[in-house]
Design a binder for this molecule. Structure first.
Ligand SMILES: [Zn+2]
Length: 340
């Protein structure tokens, strides 16, 4: 089966800076490195979001080493158009188009859908042993992995790169859901790795470790298990209610439904105890927020409560992906939460 997106096989080291290199390519492409055993292939996908460059930065640096992996390694650089939309590496998706990582389910009849469909086709063509999809978080925080099911293969992989694996039952149309909708890849282990903040140099090192280890491991099935991996099952997405406003500040913003503490992303580590103040609520109180589970049942009151206009945790919670970017909070969610 032929690959549909452009492929650069064993490219010579590139001496341009990343921006120049990306601009010269102009669109999505695969970098394919010949392996010692080309009957097997491993896949890394990067830059599904144009403002999450760590996977690309680590790739550009790694290619200068002229790597020779054990198996064929195919690396996708996906949303080049969004990354190049000025200013460089600031746009999650091209303005006016859909978020590419919400398009891996029908319909595929626009630019983002067509690209998602081409990526799905190409991953099936590689018939990979595993896929690792590299992202950055918008707020600060440690690296963590996300999967759509419990699978020992995914847990062994995740434990090599982070301490925490989130198993989500939300179906949003992300790349890691391909096995659920594309039967030829039904058994393919796909892991999302959130490498850390988009501007954090440590996130580039996490991405770098993915390339080095996928290139070096002779046999994924021989990876030891990771008993210390913290597996969090089915977190809830805390979202703004329709029409509720959001602000980030150090005091309540008058007339705004939800004002979150300006450094809410500090809660992306460890357990947030009960009765921790996360911000302030305007008229309507807790109704400015919602947290539907994957079956559509509203569960916000199990997580959070309001007293005297302040927003508190109701119980010990693990929070993650808390953003301080109001645009992401509006279009995606405020944070994920799971009772600790
Ligand atoms: Zn992302």
């Amino acid at each position: 089966m032929a690959v549909s997106l452009p492929v650069l096989t064993d490219p010579p080291p590139n001496h341009d800076d990343v921006a120049t290199w990306l601009a010269s390519l102009g669109g999505p492409f695969w970098i394919v490195l010949t392996g010692d055993d080309d009957r097997r292939c491993r896949v890394v996908t990067t830059l599904l979001h144009g403002n999450e460059p760590s996977g690309l930065l680590a790739l550009h640096r790694w290619l200068a080493e002229r790597p020779r992996p054990r198996t064929r390694l195919a690396v996708l650089v996906a949303n080049v158009a969004a990354a190049l939309a000025p200013p460089l590496f600031t746009q999650r998706f091209v303005p006016g188009e859909r978020d590419l990582n919400r398009c891996f389910q029908p319909p595929f009849d626009d630019v983002s859908g067509a690209l998602a469909q081409a990526i799905t086709h190409d991953i099936a063509a590689w018939a990979p042993e595993c896929v690792i999809d590299l992202h950055n978080t918008s707020g600060k925080g440690p690296s963590f992995a996300v999967a759509t099911r419990r699978d020992p293969r995914l847990e062994r992989l995740a434990g090599r790169f982070c301490d925490q694996l989130i198993v989500t039952d939300f179906r949003l149309g992300s790349l890691m859901e391909i096995p659920l909708i594309h039967p030829p890849l039904a058994d393919c282990p796909i892991l999302t790795l959130e490498c850390g903040g988009a501007r954090d140099p440590a996130a580039v090192e996490v991405a770098s470790a993915v390339y080095h280890r996928l290139a070096e491991w002779p046999d994924l099935a021989a990876l030891p298990s990771t008993p210390n991996l913290d597996v969090l099952i089915h977190p809830l997405r805390v979202e703004l209610a329709p029409d509720a406003g959001i602000a980030y500040a150090r005091e309540p913003e008058p007339g705004t439904g939800v004002t979150l503490w300006a450094r809410i992303d500090a809660h992306n580590r460890g357990v947030t105890p009960p009765d921790t103040c996360l911000g302030w609520l305007g008229d309507g109180g807790l109704a400015n927020l919602q947290a539907r589970d994957a079956r559509g049942i509203e569960r916000i009151a199990e997580l959070l409560c309001e007293r005297d206009g302040r927003l508190y945790t109701r119980r010990p919670l693990r929070l993650f992906m808390a953003t301080t970017n109001a645009e992401i909070a509006r279009s995606d969610c405020l944070f994920y939460a799971v009772p600790a």
